[in-house]
Write a protein that binds this ligand. Sequence first.
Ligand code: ADP
Length: 551
Amino acid sequence: MPGGTDQTLRPFLWRAERLFDDTEIVSRTSEGIERYTYAEYGDRVRQLANALDELGIEEGDRVGTFCWNHHRHFETYFSIPSMGAQLHTINPLLPRDHIRYIVDNAADRVLFVDPSLLEALEPAVQSPEFDQVEKYVVMASEVPETDLDAVAYEEFVEGHSTEYDWPEVSQDQPAGMCYTSGTTGNPKGVEYTQQMLWSHTMESLTPQGIPMDEDDVVMPVVPMFHVNAWGMPFTATAGGAKHVYPGPSPQPEDLASLIDEEGVTVTAGVPTVWLGLMEYCEDNDVDLSALDRVIVGGSAAPRSMIEWFDERGVELLHAWGMTEMGPIGSVAHLKSGLEDADRETQLEKRSKQGLMTPGLEFRVVDDDGEEVPWNGEDFGELWVRGPSVTTEYFERPEADEEDFEDGWLKTGDVVTVDEDGYIKIVDRAKDVIKSGGEWISSVELENAIMAHEDVSEATVIGVPHEKWQERPVAFVVPVEGADQAAVEKGVMDLLADEYPDWWLPDDVVFIEEVPKTATGKFSKKDLREEYADEDIFEGSAPEEAAPEDAE
Ligand code: ADP
């Protein structure tokens, strides 16, 4: 027999409002720190639904947001899906052409925009792709100077009833949407049904996910335009936690003061965010004592980061995921059998991408289509399936054939799995360096280099080579004031200790900053473009640097 109701987001809000009515939602906005309770939140969510209703927004309509992390954005998270409409979060850091494409492709009828992002949006708005947008709502109490015909959010919701009769929304109704930044061509849209978001929330809430409880204070630093801030606004609400939103472009000092003043226990973001906070903490007196765990994902968490947080009594949970899966897929919790293992073993496990969260299945498939054994050595492409994993792209049947098979999502990540079931990403399929027919993991080299104390960022890419097809070159950002020659020697010695000769980079290039993608990851594509004219890309390598020299 089926259950009494469909799997939708609405009961999470209902529970938080009724059980934790006076728990706070705190937000750093351009207008200062704002705070209210779940009780007021619920009222505002329903006021917003009434305002959208008056505009004629109906089940199946898409509503876009172009916003950072704050309470108003969070109000759209429950209001829009619970009306049966679809919340489409747009990444404002994408190139303008991509923004045009996705607003048009998603056919957004209303756009919520942050005041600080108006300037970025205005030039795009003039194009025909925006013709179907009927209303712009600026996330503030007043509309700043703009060419856009817009209304302020507070004016938009003001005067509307705090009651709203939510419709019975089907679990198959699309509730959310996010585009993944395609490496080639246009971004690909991923739709999340009510049931997918519900499942993702429940998977996250399990002890082996990224659980959040009513005594937690949750601060998603990962932007809400990026896969629903890893689902945290939903997970935190389902758990009844206090929310803290760090607002537009938060800097390390903003994060440090929110952690301290609001007593943040759980936070999450990409490694670059934490590198910034770590550096800030070295120079300033920051109280991190409230902090219990930091979820790090999006790209690999360097081992040195795990150790840094360990030293401060904070657990770093390394997580892996994708836009296509809502996004959390695996988390590197220590299995109970490893609790007494030596520190080295524990760190090795925790540096991996971890154990698949409950509800999901995976397989690792080699070039011949065979599943590879779980021995920590053989690798292949990771395939994933489960109730929170998409099985198609929005209006992209041609991509579907390549990326999905019998309900499995082909992730494009190349991984090994060890005897304990820990997944380790060896590389993106496209970033793996192929030298003399053998594979070199750029990710491993990067992590090893970033463990050097005088290195702040590093990335390794394959450059073309006449004899070996490709050879690794390291791009390194030294910490301020470091002596480059010493850093180069230090890095090479460190790598030589751990890796065979043929893995060692042919060159170390010092740069000021590693270019980042719209989601804050190292962008190898931009790096390649930036250094395209350098000799390095003509390639030359010492003769001894060959796979057959490997021991
Ligand atoms: P994009 O960054 O292209 O918009 P996603 O945000 O969906 O797309 O990125 C998903 C990809 O990010 C994964 O397939 C994987 O390659 C990488 N990734 C995510 N988490 C991790 C992690 N913990 N370690 C290494 N790579 C990761």
